[in-house]
Design a protein around this ligand. Structure first.
Ligand SMILES: NC(=O)c1ccc[n+]([C@@H]2O[C@H](COP(=O)([O-])OP(=O)(O)OC[C@H]3O[C@@H](n4cnc5c(N)ncnc54)[C@H](O)[C@@H]3O)[C@@H](O)[C@H]2O)c1
Length: 326
């Protein structure tokens, strides 16, 4: 069976999907699901949700086109349903993207469990809340797990797939197959930990970035420029470990720790002294307005998407050549 036929067969199993919460993340998942020919029912209490999702589909069209996905007439398989039980009643798969509050997600899954077909795959986009915690009020949490995307999910490849203690391994395998059929790069974590992997890393970097700005070492714009011209570029190609493995010279990490270990001992014992306060937030807000406030958000997003797509294409091309020459 070709990859395309296999993907089509997998997506056929999840033809009827429900998106709970269609804000930044939910609308993007909806666009991707629709572009892959799935039926989407959106459940979101916002009074103008239909307009918002339609606006998003229009905004996402150039990116979907660049990804060589269908991008016109997507609305024909889209429906809105304000009643939760009715929204999930016929769903083969639910992708939850509501408020990031544990109690809210716990209540939601307990309600969904009453109305959703037993075979349905239940996925949460949560950035930090583990499935074991989310499913606490469910009688059967075997089909519930985290499928954490990166913004925007219709473009960024990674989905962190994180099963809970009650998740059936088959549900994890099903989620991986589903996301892969959508063209994503699902990665299953070996253990649940709040914040998962990528966001824990981003959290540490953001803390240090705020510290550097607070100390007046750089402005936020200068910091962004430094990152995109160094570690941002580097990490799109090599993760921190393979980068530093090469940084250690011919002996890899042996050389790396010999050279940098003593400095790491000092810096690990003395993390930068910054506390999250309103004053820190206000400083970043003001610098954010000054640096980026004059550019319309849609223009920033367009540039982000175009550059990301160019980067993904360049990376895919170079990998093959590099392997041939090695
Ligand atoms: N923004 C990101 O970069 C990002 C990335 C990955 C994952 N996430 C996760 O995705 C989830 C959604 O985040 P977001 O940034 O899209 O938030 P958002 O505020 O943009 O969207 C949340 C949506 O949920 C809706 N909602 C509120 N109450 C609801 C209810 N009772 N039933 C259904 N919908 C309801 C809101 O109307 C809103 O449209 C969170 O769990 C977040 O952690 C966010």
């Amino acid at each position: 069976m070709s990859d395309t036929t296999a993907s089509a067969a997998i997506l056929d199993r999840y033809h009827d999907t429900c998106i709970i919460g269609a804000g930044v993340i939910g609308a993007s998942w909806a666009a991707l699901f629709l572009a892959h020919g799935l039926n989407v029912v959106v459940h979101d209490p916002q009074p103008d949700i239909e307009q918002r999702v339609h606006d998003f589909l229009r905004k996402a069209a150039p990116t979907l086109r660049a990804l060589e996905l269908p991008h016109e007439g997507l609305e024909k398989n889209l429906r809105f349903e304000p009643d939760l039980a009715r929204a999930v009643a016929g769903a083969d798969l639910v992708q939850e993207n509501g408020p990031e509050r544990s109690e809210w997600k716990q209540q939601l899954w307990a309600q969904i469990e009453q109305a959703v077909p037993r075979h349905a795959l239940l996925l949460s986009s949560s950035s930090a809340r583990i499935a074991t915690e989310q499913g606490q009020l469910m009688r059967d949490a075997s089909r519930l797990l985290v499928g954490h995307p990166f913004n925007p999910p219709h473009l960024i490849p990674l989905v962190e797939v994180v099963p809970g203690t009650r998740t059936d391994p088959q549900a994890t395998a099903d989620a991986v197959a589903f996301y892969r059929a959508l063209g994503k790069e699902p990665r299953v974590l070996r253990k649940e930990m709040r914040g998962f992997v990528a966001n824990r890393l981003q959290g540490v970097i953001m803390r240090e970035a705020c510290y550097l700005v607070q100390q007046g070492v750089v402005t936020i714009e200068e910091l962004d420029d430094i990152v995109t011209n160094s570690i941002g570029l580097r990490w799109a190609v090599n993760g921190p470990f393979s980068s530093f493995y090469m940084g250690g010279g011919p002996t890899g990490f042996r050389g790396y720790f010999k050279q940098f270990g003593p400095g790491m001992k000092v810096s690990w014992a003395n993390p930068s002294p910054i506390e999250y306060t309103d004053a820190v937030a206000q400083l970043i807000i003001e610098q954010g307005d000054a640096a980026y406030g004059a550019t319309p958000m849609a223009q920033m997003e367009r540039r982000r998407d175009d550059t990301q797509i160019a980067l993904l294409r360049a990376r895919a091309g170079v990998t093959d050549e590099g392997e041939r020459d090695a």
